[in-house]
Design a protein around this ligand. Structure first.
Ligand code: PAF
Length: 285
């Protein structure tokens, strides 16, 4: 199948129905565009597992808590379409804002609890916007599987919970974070870093790696692990820490002891660019 670009939900529905009639299963990779190798790994995985691979590209206005972030979010449609074609996607859904939000949106998805800390604490309404648009995309495409990156660990947990609690018939597949050789997690926002900020940015992963090593060595006290990791970040003057937290992997609540698997997650500003990253740690690993 060659790449087909679709603009409306109705077109997507009929293209997916055609694919299903020919016996294909359907995989969805939701994105906001500015595609990079991290998205590529999701498309590759979908390609391995589904007969029909759908990529959505939509910069979702309702998940941005800052107008300037929405306005400056990179939009590179032609390059993105070539990327999807080269990675073997079948359908790319590129809706206009009016297609996704035809009138005033009155219904939203709220995943409580999991959204109150980490990024949710600093980005009011962000996860409501994410959960709402992802449910809309799932309802439009009705895929068998949908693919998300582990880099956005809280987003992944929120989507898994939404799917579980609302009985959405889809399997959520998580793919590992893809990194630059110096450890920086790939992100569409990386391209907005100045050369100095770009050189400084891997400090976030170095701090997380230290946390990972300490907990693997048996450090049980999250405050100590956190202090060591924050010490690494403090050594980089261009890094302004928003948060660094150690939470459990289900409810994303701070742990008082590291006795099982935990998520160490951080958000750090480099100038006006906010980067996030995380590692999954387990004692004795
Ligand atoms: O991770 C993203 O790119 C977005 O949050 C998503 C899941 C496509 C929803 O807009």
């Amino acid at each position: 199948m060659s790449l087909t670009v679709l603009r409306s939900a109705a077109e997507v529905r009929s293209a997916v129905a055609r694919a299903r009639r020919s016996g294909a299963s359907v995989g969805l990779v939701p994105t906001m565009g500015a595609l990079h190798a991290g998205h590529g790994s999701l498309i590759d995985r979908a390609r391995q597992e589904a007969g029909c691979v759908v990529v959505s590209i939509f910069v979702n206005p309702i998940q941005f808590d800052r107008r300037d972030d929405f306005e400056h979010y990179p939009r590179l449609l032609e390059t993105d379409l070539a990327f999807c074609g080269a990675r073997g996607a079948d359908l790319v859904f590129v809706p206009a804002e009016e297609e996704m939000y035809a009138g005033p949106q009155r219904a939203f998805v709220e995943v409580t609890g999991l959204t109150e800390q980490l990024c949710g604490r600093f980005r009011p309404g962000h996860f409501r916007g994410v959960a709402t648009v992802v449910l809309k995309l799932l309802n439009i495409v009705q895929p068998d599987r949908a693919y998300f990156g582990q880099k956005d660990a809280q987003q992944l947990a929120v989507i898994r919970r939404m799917v579980r609690d609302l009985n959405v018939p889809v399997e959520i597949i998580a793919a590992p974070t893809v990194r630059e050789p110096d450890g920086l997690a790939l992100s569409s926002r990386n391209r907005r870093l100045t050369p100095e900020q770009r050189a400084a940015a891997p400090v976030l992963y170095r701090a997380l790696q230290l946390a990972e090593r300490l907990s693997a060595e048996g450090a049980e006290h999250p405050e100590r692990v956190k202090a060591e990791a924050l010490g690494v970040l403090a050594g980089q003057p261009l890094a302004r820490v928003e948060y660094l937290e150690i939470v459990d992997t289900e409810e994303l609540q701070p742990v008082s002891r590291i006795t099982g698997p935990v998520l160490v997650a951080g958000a750090v500003w480099f100038g006006s660019i906010r980067l996030i990253d995380n590692v999954l740690c387990a004692p004795g690993r």
